[in-house]
Write a protein that binds this ligand. Structure first.
Ligand SMILES: *[C@@H]1O[C@H](CO)[C@@H](O)[C@H](O)[C@H]1NC(C)=O
Ligand SMILES: *[C@@H]1O[C@H](CO)[C@@H](O)[C@H](O)[C@H]1NC(C)=O
Ligand SMILES: *[C@@H]1O[C@H](CO)[C@@H](O)[C@H](O)[C@H]1NC(C)=O
Ligand SMILES: *[C@@H]1O[C@H](CO)[C@@H](O)[C@H](O)[C@H]1NC(C)=O
Ligand SMILES: *[C@@H]1O[C@H](CO)[C@@H](O)[C@H](O)[C@H]1NC(C)=O
Length: 500
């Protein structure tokens, strides 16, 4: 399902890559029962706190001696299982028979415990609240900022009550705990294969939020890094400090890229084409400005279940996500803009539903947006709190200076944490990426026009890890295409070892 996407560091459209049949590529069907651990300690330093279950899925290679390669595709709050299933055929082709493809639902996510539901047993209410709340976008007006600020206070306290505040199970879901689950996994595999568990090393490929998870692992267990590729790097220091303040450095360059691509594509391929990039730019700006003043009513019952408005907030969010996957999304964005010019909001509403929150959410037992909020707020552990409406407005203005198009859509990530009171145990406290000489050099990858994980972050994180390297890809978007991935891969697992 494509509806569980969080506002933060998701890779929302990954699941739309074309599929082949997994059975043609694997010796066996994917397995998970073997790796469904029912007895993972909630707290690795205090096993008396109880256990939880972590769900893994594995696509075994036909090669008996293949290494397990673990994936995290982004989040926080993203289901590794839900993402790997449709991607496995493509990834198998990219990575070849030297690895088994493995992923898992991190703590608090879908099939893995502990549950992070602020509306336990009541998905319909959670959906109703989430639809109105999670994708709102503040503009500089004081009313909307104040509403968001105080509603976040209500939501945070509501969740504290539902999930247990400082002593509730939410304290066990943060990223250091997940990094330790990965270690436990590789140790167990090693042990099962008759090798000493102390020798077990992690082979890992993390995207986006998954890069913060990888960097956390590398900091905690530098001698356990087998292979590590961190692609679309977020700055873990900024993330753990709950600041969300340096993600959008190249986001507007991505929007400019939309304009230049439209111009280059010509009138046949781009419905917004004009005879200069300036004209396309001003057309884009006036659609946005008009929608901000005048939302477009939508009552077409084949698209919506009740009358709604297609709003500036919707457009800003859709624009933000489109920058993650420009190739697939730009033509749709151009069509949405033209529809809006003509007073039609249907295509915007459809796009918003596909990307963020479809109606089937009203029955789903898991809500990625809410899990995302709980995990990232627990990771920041009280740091980066916004304490007043004025501070929130200043923050929004800062973000808008970074990106005039999507800055305000980003603000909610940080603001949501201001009343959430969850305190990780000692084993979950993380004192930051202090750097470490890992047992194998890490490969960082960044795109030049990345909307939310700028190349500068890859360079900054790499500087903490001696011998690591940064591969800068001169491309828009947040992930490499599968083809490009393949070219990169041709070298990675061999070349790095021999040249660095
Ligand atoms: C994974 O395990 C669950 C139960 O734990 C089962 O319902 C599901 O079918 C399994 N999935 C696969 C792909 O084996
Ligand atoms: C099997 O996997 C191992 C470990 O990755 C690798 O060294 C070997 O080349 C692989 N063999 C084949 C035939 O892919
Ligand atoms: C959560 O897991 C269930 C199977 O247990 C699956 O049907 C559902 O699509 C998953 N949700 C997400 C968001 O991956
Ligand atoms: C949380 O646990 C600590 C230590 O057991 C206790 O002192 C404190 O009162 C608890 N707080 C709440 C809100 O239950
Ligand atoms: C309602 O939406 C559908 C699907 O987008 C479209 O085919 C149809 O023409 C719309 N109806 C009207 C009256 O706009």
């Amino acid at each position: 399902m494509l509806s569980q996407k969080s506002p933060s560091l998701w890779l929302p459209l990954l699941a739309r890559l074309p599929l082949a049949s997994p059975s043609s590529l694997y010796a066996r069907a994917p397995t998970n029962s073997t790796y469904d651990w029912n007895k993972v300690p909630l707290d690795y330093e205090d096993e008396s706190m109880g256990t939880t279950k972590v769900a893994f899925i594995k696509y075994p290679s036909k090669n008996e001696s293949a290494e397990d390669l673990l994936f995290n595709f982004g989040g926080p709050g993203g289901s590794g299982i839900g993402t790997l299933i449709p991607l496995a055929p493509d990834l198998a082709e990219v990575y070849g028979s030297g690895v088994n493809l493995v992923s898992f639902d991190p703590r608090g996510v879908n099939n893995t415990g502990p549950a992070l539901d602020c509306f336990p047993g009541d998905p319909a209410t959670r959906h109703m609240f989430g639809s109105g709340y999670f994708r709102t976008v503040p503009d500089s007006g004081s009313d909307s900022a104040a509403t968001q600020f105080y509603l976040a206070e209500a939501l945070g306290n509501w969740c504290n009550d539902a999930i247990g505040g400082p002593n509730g199970t939410a304290q066990y879901v943060n990223t250091p705990a997940v990094a330790n689950d990965m270690l436990r996994f590789v140790e167990l595999q090693s042990f099962t294969n008759g090798k000493p568990k102390e020798d077990a090393k992690l082979w890992y490929n993390g995207y986006s939020y998954g890069t913060a998870l990888g960097a956390t692992f590398a900091t905690l267990h530098p001698d356990r890094v087998g292979r590590m590729i961190l692609d679309g790097v977020e700055d873990p220091e900024n993330y753990y400090n709950g600041l969300w303040s340096n993600n959008l450095l190249t986001a507007d360059a991505g929007v400019d890229n939309f304009v230049t691509s439209c111009f280059a594509a010509g009138p046949e391929a781009c419905v917004m084409y004009e005879s200069s990039t300036d004209q396309i730019h001003s057309r884009l700006s006036s659609v946005i400005a008009n929608l901000k003043e005048k939302p477009v009513p939508v009552w077409n019952s084949s698209v919506v279940g009740m009358p709604v408005l297609a709003t500036y907030a919707d457009l800003t969010n859709v624009l933000l996500l489109s920058l993650y996957f420009p190739l697939a999304s730009f033509p749709k964005v151009a069509q949405i803009m033209v529809d809006l010019e003509q007073g039609h909001g249907e295509s915007l509403i459809v796009s918003k539903k596909i990307s963020f929150r479809s109606d089937c959410q009203a029955e789903a037992s898991f809500d990625g947006l809410q899990a995302s909020m709980m995990i990232l707020c627990t990771d920041s552990d009280g740091r980066g709190r916004i304490n007043s409406v004025e501070e929130y407005q200043d923050y929004v203005e800062d973000l808008q200076r970074q990106s005039k198009y999507i800055g305000n859509a980003w603000a909610i990530n940080r603001m949501n944490c201001h009343s959430i009171d969850v305190v990780p145990p000692k084993s979950g406290k993380f004192s930051g990426i202090t750097g470490a000489d890992t047992s194998f050099p890490i490969l960082f990858i960044g795109n030049v026009f990345d909307p939310v994980t700028p190349l500068a972050s890859a360079r900054r994180v790499s500087s903490h890890f001696p011998r690591s390297v940064v591969l800068a890809v001169d491309a828009p978007g947040l992930i490499r295409t599968v083809k490009l991935h393949k070219q990169i891969h041709t070298g990675i697992f061999g070349r790095i070892g021999s040249t660095i």
